[in-house]
Design a protein around this ligand. Structure first.
Ligand code: NI
Length: 174
C-alpha cells in the first residue's frame, strides 16, 4: 500500500489555497484512495489534500472509526458548507500537520455540506457533532486555515511555542 507523507507545520503548503477539481476522473480517484490510505495509516479521522502537498480541493474523512472498527470512508471533492447551525459546541481538536497538539475549538454543531463524490456525482450530506467538526476542520485546510487559527491569540501562541519546542527536541529544523 502506497501512502503520502503528511506535511507538518510550518510548511507553507498548509497556508496555500487549494484549487477546485474540474472532474473526478481516475487520477483524482487515485488521489482520494491514497489519501484515505494515508489517513488510516496515520490514524486520523480526516485529511485534506494540502496536508499531502496536493493543491486540489479534496478531503477524506472517516469519523465512524472512533466508535467501531468498521471503516466508513468518505471522499469529497470541492466540499462546500452550505448551512451551519446557530448551535455551537466545543471539541478537542488535533491535526496530523500539528502533531501532538490539541485544543478545544468552538464551531457550529450541525452543518450541511455539498460535494462531488468519487463517481463525479454531486451529493449533499448532513453532519453533526464530531463529523461536523471534522468536515469544517478539513474544509478550512483547503483555504489554508488551521484549527489553531480559531483560538485566541494567547492560546495559539502557547500551543505554537510548545509545538516548536517539541519539534526542535525531535531534531526537526524549524
Ligand atoms: Ni488538520
Amino acid at each position: 500500500m502506497e501512502i503520502y507523507q503528511v506535511i507538518a507545520l510550518p510548511d507553507p503548503v498548509l497556508r496555500a489555497t487549494a484549487q477546485p477539481v474540474q472532474t473526478v476522473n481516475d487520477a483524482i480517484r487515485a488521489q482520494m484512495k491514497k489519501m484515505l490510505d494515508t489517513m488510516y495509516a496515520y490514524e486520523g479521522v480526516g485529511l485534506a489534500a494540502n496536508q499531502v502537498a496536493i493543491l486540489n480541493r479534496i478531503i477524506v474523512i472517516d469519523t465512524a472509526r472512533r466508535e467501531s472498527d468498521v471503516k466508513k470512508p468518505i471522499a469529497m471533492a470541492n466540499p462546500e458548507i452550505i448551512w451551519r447551525s446557530e448551535e455551537r459546541w466545543d471539541y478537542k481538536e488535533g491535526c496530523l500537520s500539528i502533531p501532538q497538539m490539541y485544543a478545544d475549538v468552538e464551531r457550529p454543531k450541525f452543518i450541511k455540506v455539498r460535494y462531488v463524490d468519487e463517481n463525479n456525482q454531486v451529493q449533499e450530506m448532513d453532519a453533526g457533532g464530531l463529523a461536523a467538526t471534522c468536515i469544517q476542520h478539513e474544509v478550512d485546510h483547503l483555504d489554508g486555515i488551521l484549527f489553531i487559527d480559531h483560538l485566541s491569540r494567547l492560546r495559539r501562541e502557547t500551543i505554537l511555542k510548545k509545538y516548536e519546542k517539541m519539534r526542535r527536541e525531535e531534531g526537526h529544523v524549524l
